[in-house]
Design a protein around this ligand. Sequence first.
Ligand code: CTP
Ligand SMILES: C[C@](O)(CO)[C@H](O)COP(=O)(O)O
Length: 223
Amino acid sequence: MTDNYRLSTNFFAIIVAGGSGSRMQTDVPKQFLLLNGKPILQHTIERFLAVPLPIQVILVLPARDQFIWQTLCDQHNFHPAIQTVNGGATRFQSVRNGLNSIQEEAGLVAVHDGVRPFISSEIIQNSFETAARTGSAVTCVLVKDSVRVVGADGVSQAVDRNRYRLVQTPQTFQLDLFRQAFQSEEQPFFTDCASVIEFAGFPITLIDGSYENIKITTPDDLR
Ligand SMILES: Nc1ccn([C@@H]2O[C@H](COP(=O)(O)OP(=O)(O)OP(=O)(O)O)[C@@H](O)[C@H]2O)c(=O)n1
Ligand SMILES: C[C@](O)(CO)[C@H](O)COP(=O)(O)O
């Protein structure tokens, strides 16, 4: 496709870091843990700021964590020109808070987990380019292990793993359809933005992610 969309649209990235990290079981929220001497969240933000597109970054953090984040930024001399908004009780609500801070009518919005610090510039650019073309771009990888489904009776059965994908972020969308989808009432099965978009009746385009693009969820992931 041509590069015209690069000149004619607004680019936003909502980086969600509003969770409590209960599965990580650390006193400090996992997004603030140090990785190679820098907070995980700083690595993630730097990846987006390094992309050669004029991306406006919106960081979503719980109100209680704003002070600790500012302190960490001072310690690491990291003062990016980004907007920070308060998180919500769930990921859906955190994304919606980030979305509500966008004033522009049109554009492309990427949503990325603050705890996926190994995202590449190539995937971020591909997600914007694909969403410009099709409306959505949801990053995913093929399943490498064998997969079984377990029934209510505890009996398991092999399934065809080629029919499944493991979903990552970024998940990138045209702003108008993203706004429409986030007017839906929150549902318990909204585990990501793609499920919100799908619930609203919009199609999902999958793009290739990477096995490096892990979500730091449990202590094993840090190692
Ligand atoms: N209310 C919430 C919950 C989650 N997130 C963000 O969504 C991403 C993916 O969520 P997850 O890994 O589950 O993070 P936590 O909710 O912090 O972890 P846990 O589920 O173990 O408590 C994280 O970057 C997290 O900060 C968020 O912004 N607001
Ligand atoms: C958005 C996500 O990272 C895509 O894989 C995932 O759904 C987040 O799930 P979590 O239970 O909030 O970690």
